[in-house]
Design a protein around this ligand. Structure first.
Ligand SMILES: *Cc1c(COP(=O)(O)O)cnc(C)c1O
Length: 415
């Protein structure tokens, strides 16, 4: 067995990365294909593996770590809450939930909050709310409601949600699926208009498709979706679980077109990288279709989640992170533009978020991710040829430039 070479420990680590990876394989479901790095601790934009190697985290937990690892304001809020009250269930009131809901509503400009835990739960909850709204308010015939979604979407992993995915890997083998969904191409207003009829409860889209490779629609698309849904009398549900909370240089991706959806879904960064926290936000007349007993979650809106979520809202209320994402986004976009034709065939970027298409003649997305890992930079590939960059919004300009230099270096390496 070889011992790690890039560490300065005097005594050998009790468990090497390789040993830990070998040990978990027989007992852990193989639903992921992680890079061969075993993280043991982290702070800010840096993670450290069990051998003490340090890496810049340019994935940031798929935007769950927008404020970096263990942001002091967030861990302080969590520690404080851990020492007072962690769970009540919604059978009782607790003293943190009202303030969290109020702050989140104020931050986003919507009226009411339905707290949940994971992103997929928020999407499922929005589907239920939209259907009930269609029957009770719009007058759609019982069990006939439809929801229009975009091709190449990613909204989570439940059976209902993967049922309207166009990604065969996510979908195949998991049927039968929930009916009532229509799939249209993303960024195509004519197709969307054609798919909407009197049965349509809602249009559900990601304002920027993250998992698809940070696919940004044309200017005017979100405004068009807003106009179409308003005219058709159906709801516009914006899934901002990945795009929201500062990532794009604004609080929400829909803010770039000054569009307000009827229903807004948040998750990932809402939990501050500490606990899963998601939320459905909506207009009062929409969310009020839910009455006691009709929907719920044991952990949704628990005191620890509410305390961390409130601290996240407080961080975003200053506008500092949105500003950083916008300013450093310019550095990221300029850096990527300089690599055009030098190993990358294209990129899409908004704020501190980019999908970078690797020239298949050079390497796959996975190979580039592995090479970057050896350079001390962690990213994730998606759909074979694309890598996704989403550093914590706390990254410095120097750190970002060094990551871009690493990308340039590995693009120039021969396989
Ligand atoms: C990650 C994600 C989800 C699902 O969130 P989970 O917490 O993993 O269930 C839903 N929608 C979008 C846009 C996402 O990026």
């Amino acid at each position: 067995m070889t011992t790690p070479t890039r560490t300065h420990r005097t005594t050998p680590a009790p468990h090497s990365s390789a040993e830990l990876i070998r040990a978990e394989a027989p007992v852990l479901a193989h639903n992921y294909h992680p890079l061969p790095v075993v993280v043991a601790r982290a702070e800010g934009v840096w993670v450290e593996d069990v051998e003490g190697r340090r890496y810049l985290d340019l994935l940031a937990g798929y935007s769950a770590l927008n404020f970096g690892h263990r942001h002091p304001a967030l861990t302080a809020a969590a520690h404080d809450q851990l020492d007072r009250l962690t769970l009540t269930s919604r059978a009782f009131h607790h003293d943190r939930l009202g303030g969290f809901a109020e702050g989140l509503a104020r931050l986003t400009g919507l009226d009411m909050v339905l707290p949940m835990n994971t992103g997929a739960e928020a999407v499922e909850s929005a589907i239920k709310v939209a259907r009930k709204w269609a029957y009770e308010v719009k007058g759609v015939a019982r069990d006939r409601a439809t929801i229009v979604v975009a091709a190449e979407n990613f909204h989570g992993r439940t059976t209902t949600i993967v049922g309207f995915s166009s990604d065969d890997t996510a979908r195949a083998g998991f049927g039968p699926f929930t009916p009532g969904f229509r799939v249209v191409p993303f960024n195509d207003l004519a197709a969307l208009e054609a798919a909407i009829d009197e049965t349509t409860a809602a249009v559900l889209i990601e304002p920027i498709q993250g998992e698809a490779g940070v696919v940004i629609p044309d200017d005017g698309y979100l405004t068009g979706v807003r106009d179409l849904t308003r005219r058709a009398g159906c709801l516009f549900i914006a899934d901002e679980i990945q795009s929201g909370l500062g990532r794009t240089g604004r609080t929400l991706a829909v803010d770039h077109e000054s569009v307000v959806p009827d229903v807004l879904l948040l998750g990932k960064a809402l939990g501050g990288g500490i606990v899963p926290v998601s939320a459905v936000l909506a207009r009062r007349d929409v969310l009020c279709v839910l009455r006691p007993g009709e929907h719920g979650s044991t952990f949704g809106g628990n005191p620890l989640a509410a305390a961390v979520g409130s601290a996240v809202v407080d961080l975003l209320a200053t506008g500092e992170f949105q500003r950083r994402a916008a300013e450093l986004g310019t550095v990221l976009h300029t850096g990527l533009a300089a690599l055009a034709g030098r190993g990358i065939t294209g990129f899409r970027a908004r704020g501190l978020w980019a999908g970078v298409d690797i020239d298949p003649a050079i390497a796959t997305g996975r190979e580039i991710s592995e090479r970057l890992m050896h350079e001390g930079v962690l990213v994730k590939d998606t759909h074979g040829a694309t890598i996704r960059l989403a550093p914590p919004l706390t990254i410095t300009r120097e750190e970002l430039e060094s990551a871009l230099a690493s990308l340039e270096k590995v693009l120039g390496q021969s396989s």
